[in-house]
Design a protein around this ligand. Structure first.
Ligand SMILES: [Zn+2]
Length: 450
């Protein structure tokens, strides 16, 4: 049965699609300060048009935090979003240009349309819809829209610290959200943290003839030797103290994850695998992907790798590594442990450079917000929702939520082929309208949910 909310949403379809095109046409990549400012202003203006009180919190050269607030009631919900996007390169892999949004077969293609501009706009449009149909929101809704998420939210903590009331609330909507291949909403209750680091070593003043390999130290071997001490063949990280702060899953969380659908054969088919890494079986893969930290080599550079042969001893080698962290690991502490590990193993000559760190966060499942989001998602999408303890990716929820130990959850419309961070990023518009409905319904459900 269509109700007034459906009618309002369908009547705005054309105007709202136009707004989404407009926002996605702004190339707000980290390297373009003017575009970031433009996107921040655009968001502030749109929040105002939806009936929010707005302001921007600025600092030095940092992209501003856009704040919008509306509604009143006994509960406050914080919507955590970002207006910056991942770089669109390589451009030649896009069917249509990334900042010229295009609609094909019911899907909109543009950089950022899924992550995170579609999600941030639909939440603002949901406020507009609610106010148009029912009046003032029965909860306090506060949007926090930052511009540095795709590069690690480095300033968010400082921006939020300017006004402690910004993180006062009862629950948070985490950025994004998705449905699975059968259209069932996936509601994420947290995200992994990350430590991104670079290791570098120089063993010689200059590259040397490989005839000297009897006595001249090779930087590539030096780096490979050091890397091989970081993890064992079972995937267990060998850095002393690495697991000290890991909060293991509760029995309920384990059972919940074991019950999630997981198509192991499909994953193996996509990647051309005979078996999973570290000899992991299907159940173990599921649990590890939710609850285990990782040590991953992103890339290694050293010596001669062009066509042909060159017998050389490389003087320098470097690599980039990331550790995906789980609650309650702290990236700064892990970075110190990596340094201590290298020193203890005689690799004092290997330089380690801290590039980026974000803390992990996993909120509670037993919370009125989680129940209200589940009900809103199931009603709008017409399918049972899955509660997933954590995403494999990273977002700054710890920074927003830890002070009040807030529950946090996603409610969104991405799909398995959305291609976030990749060429031809897209959303399915039919899911977009459903997510607006779900979000507008959440405002009333959360106000009264026990
Ligand atoms: Zn994002």
């Amino acid at each position: 049965m269509r109700d007034q909310l459906d009618t309002y949403i369908s009547e705005q379809a054309e105007r709202w699609t136009g707004e989404l095109r407009e926002l996605c046409a702004i190339p707000s990549e980290a390297t373009d300060p003017a575009a970031l400012r433009h996107a921040a202003d655009w968001c502030e203006q749109r929040l105002g048009a939806a009936g929010c009180g707005t302001r921007q919190i600025g600092m030095d050269d940092v992209p501003p935090l856009v704040v919008g607030e509306t509604g009143s009631g006994k509960r406050t919900l914080i919507g955590v979003q970002h207006y910056d996007v991942q770089p669109a390169v390589p451009l030649e892999l896009w069917t249509t240009p990334p900042y010229d949004p295009a609609v094909r077969d019911g899907a909109m293609y543009a950089r950022g349309v899924d992550d995170n501009k579609g999600h941030l706009l639909l939440r603002i449009q949901a406020v507009e819809a609610y106010r148009a149909v029912f009046g003032e929101l029965p909860i306090r809704m506060r949007f926090l829209i930052e511009g540095e998420e795709e590069s690690g939210s480095a300033s968010l903590g400082r921006l939020l610290a300017t006004d402690v009331a910004l993180t006062d609330g009862d629950g948070a909507l985490k950025e994004g959200g998705s449905v699975d291949s059968s259209g069932r909403p996936q509601l994420l209750l947290g995200g992994k943290g990350i430590l991104y680091a670079e290791l570098r070593v120089r063993t010689l003043a200059r590259d040397a003839h490989s005839g000297g390999a009897t006595h001249l130290p090779n930087a590539a071997w030096r780096l490979v030797d050091a890397l091989s001490t970081l993890m064992d063949v079972r995937g267990r990280v060998r850095i002393q103290g690495f697991y000290d702060d890991v909060r293991g899953p509760s029995a309920e969380e384990r059972a919940q994850v074991a019950a999630l659908p997981f198509d192991a054969d499909e994953v193996k088919r996509i990647y051309g695998l005979r078996g999973f890494a570290f000899g992991r079986g299907n159940t173990d893969v599921r649990l590890a992907s939710q609850f285990e930290p990782t040590c991953n080599i992103c890339g290694i550079v050293s010596g001669f790798i062009d066509d042909g042969t060159k017998t050389v001893i490389p003087a320098e080698a470097s690599c980039k590594i990331d550790f995906r962290l789980v609650p309650d690991q702290d990236p700064e502490r892990i970075a110190a442990l990596v340094r201590a590990h290298l020193d203890r193993h005689g690799f004092g000559d290997i330089e380690s450079v801290y590039k980026e760190g974000t803390r992990p966060y996993r909120g509670r499942r037993d919370d009125p917000l989680v129940r209200a989001v589940k009900a809103a998602a199931e009603e709008a999408f017409g399918k049972d929702a899955h509660l997933v303890p954590t995403s494999g990716g990273t977002s700054p929820m710890w920074t927003v939520c830890h002070r009040r130990a807030l529950a946090n959850v996603t409610l969104g419309m991405g799909h398995p082929g959305s291609g976030a961070h990749a060429p031809n990023e897209n959303i399915i518009l039919a899911n977009y309208w459903k997510a607006i409905r779900a979000t507008a319904r959440l405002f009333s459900l959360y106000a009264t949910q026990a």
